[in-house]
Design a protein around this ligand. Sequence first.
Ligand code: SF4
Length: 367
Amino acid sequence: MTDRIIPLLDERVRAPRPAIPAQLETPTGRLTDRLARHLHDLRISVTDRCNFRCTYCMPREVFDSNYRFLPHAELLTFEEITRLARIFIDHGVEKIRLTGGEPLLRKDLERLIGMLASLTTRAGQPLDLTLTTNASILARKARALAAAGLKRVTVSLDALDDAVFRRMNDADFPVADVLRGIDAAAAAGLAPIKINMVVKRGTNDDEIAPMARHFRGSGHILRFIEFMDVGTSNGWRMDDVVPSAEVIKRIGAEWPVEPIDANYTGEVAERWRYRDGAGEIGVISSVTQAFCRTCTRARLSTEGKLYLCLFAQSGHDLRALVRGGASDAEISTAIAHIWRARSDRYSELRSQATVALPKIEMSYIGG
Ligand code: SF4
């Protein structure tokens, strides 16, 4: 294993305060970027902390005991998050996903969920409010999250075998805790539950069939994610990627599957179902089948920086506007200008040269 020296602090800081255009705009809800992509999904990271050290996201040798996580005063408050969410909704956002780090570690998260759940889309519909979690503490939180207004959850689970799980997540948590969390979420009505499995060749790809077998017929949707070169700390190599086509082939060899249509334009996972009616699976293929052309996602970091791509190198400091006395109209117009200038399509442009670029860490802006 090579030593990885990464100037993480530099990446986080590099987010200039956006300019406030002289001509303020009234949002139309139909904001598009340079590739005619709407702004539909907002991912909000509510903490940069996590109780796991997944090797593909937050490797322990980098995020060690000396790592300086953001002080609480730096984080957006729930009121600031809700204010920004309202402004993004005016621009057309209909889905908000809470991420981290591990979002359930943020104290009083239910209060934030209640505030966001009270917001409606421009069409007056309830927001699609969801959350991605490692489910380590979901079993005791699920009921309160649902009562606060959360609609669904996505659970990260990379193996059923405890030893393999620990190899991927470097955490001293048994798989049983995660499975209990999934059951509690189902009992609380946070369905459909999606299960995300990051597949790394030679580490957990032998778990593809056991995971499929376990979740077949459960009503939960298991998705296989290609190992990605997010950030600069996970030692990504193409050799470690199991292409989604191979995953589907492996599963199809045991349980015939067929492709099904996307639920909406911009849906991240490619959907498949078992021919015998045992449910749905998905693949997320950022490496071998880029889906940038329909990417409608913006990301807000824990301390209020706006990123336009998971593989971004720099962001836009919205907190500086929020705490600098800017009005909603000024912040809204600044966001409109930022999105309109967006042309990100990293996965289409990925090459050996891009892998080494100083990209922002996934643990900081959420997957
Ligand atoms: S690489 Fe960036 S632009 Fe492409 S789908 Fe992912 S987040 Fe969107």
